[in-house]
Write a protein that binds this ligand. Structure first.
Ligand SMILES: [Zn+2]
Length: 224
C-alpha cells in the first residue's frame, strides 16, 4: 500500500515502506521522480492524485526505482543505466544540466555516478532542495555491491555534491529517514573514503551477496 503525503506545495511523497517516489503537480502536466518496484502500484497511486499527463524522470535504473516504469511506458534515464531496464519501455536520455520545470519547481540534473553509473540527483537551487536518489542517505545501508556500481566514482560524486552543499537545505532520499541534513553529504563521503581505504570492518550479510560495513555515520553494503 502506497502512503501519500503532501510534503510541500505541489510536491507529494509516495512511500510503500520500501522506497519513495516524488510527484510534482503542475498546471498542465505532472512530474514523477522514480516509479518504485514493478509490484509497487505507483501508477495507481499517481492516478489517484492527478489525471494530468505525467513525465517520468528516474534517479537511476535499479529495480526499486525503474520497476514501475512499464506502467508509464516511457521515462528519462541517464544512458549509463539503460542496460538495467529490461522492460519494453521507451527511454529518453538525461544528462548534466538538463532542467525539468513543473509546479513552480525547477529541477536541474546533476550527474552523480557511483551507486550506479547512471545515477543523477535533481537539484532545485531556489528551493534548496536535493533529490539524490540513493546516493545520499542518513544511516544507510547504501548498496555498493555488484558490477554496476563504482566506489571510486561514488567518492568523486559525493565531493561534487559537497561543493553544492551550501545551496541545499532539504535532502530527500528514496530510502530511510528524511529529510536528511546537508551534513550527511560530507558524512557519507567520509565513510566512503574509509571504506575505500579498508579501515572499516566488514561482516557477512545474512542473505545478500555482500558484506556490511559500518562507518561512523553510514552503513554500506559492499563486496570488495
Ligand atoms: Zn533504491
Amino acid at each position: 500500500m502506497t502512503n501519500v503525503k503532501l510534503f510541500m506545495e505541489n510536491f507529494y511523497i509516495l512511500d510503500d515502506g520500501r522506497v519513495r517516489q516524488f510527484l510534482i503537480t503542475g498546471e498542465e502536466e505532472a512530474l514523477l521522480i522514480d516509479t518504485g518496484f514493478a509490484d509497487g502500484q505507483v501508477h495507481q497511486a499517481v492516478r489517484r492524485l492527478t489525471s494530468l499527463p505525467v513525465r517520468v524522470v528516474l534517479t537511476h535504473g535499479d529495480v526499486d526505482h525503474a520497476g514501475g516504469l512499464k506502467d508509464f511506458g516511457e521515462g528519462f534515464l541517464h544512458r549509463a543505466d539503460w542496460h538495467l531496464v529490461k522492460d519494453r519501455v521507451s527511454l529518453k536520455p538525461l544528462e548534466e544540466g538538463d532542467v525539468f520545470l513543473c509546479g513552480g519547481y525547477c529541477l536541474e540534473v546533476v550527474e552523480i555516478p557511483g551507486h550506479t553509473y547512471g545515477s543523477v540527483a535533481l537539484l532545485d537551487r531556489e528551493r534548496k532542495l536535493l533529490l539524490p536518489g540513493d546516493s545520499v542517505q542518513k544511516g544507510g545501508p547504501i548498496f555498493m555491491f555488484g558490477d554496476h556500481r563504482s566506489l571510486d566514482l561514488y567518492i568523486e560524486s559525493q565531493k561534487k555534491l559537497c561543493a553544492l552543499a551550501d545551496q541545499v537545505e532539504t535532502i530527500i532520499p528514496c530510502h530511510h529517514p528524511y529529510p536528511v541534513e546537508p551534513e550527511y553529504i560530507r558524512r557519507n563521503l567520509e565513510d566512503a573514503v574509509e571504506l575505500k581505504k579498508g579501515t572499516l570492518k566488514g561482516t557477512k550479510h545474512p542473505s545478500l551477496p555482500c558484506l556490511s560495513y559500518r562507518g561512523k555515520w553510514t552503513e554500506f553494503y559492499y563486496d570488495k
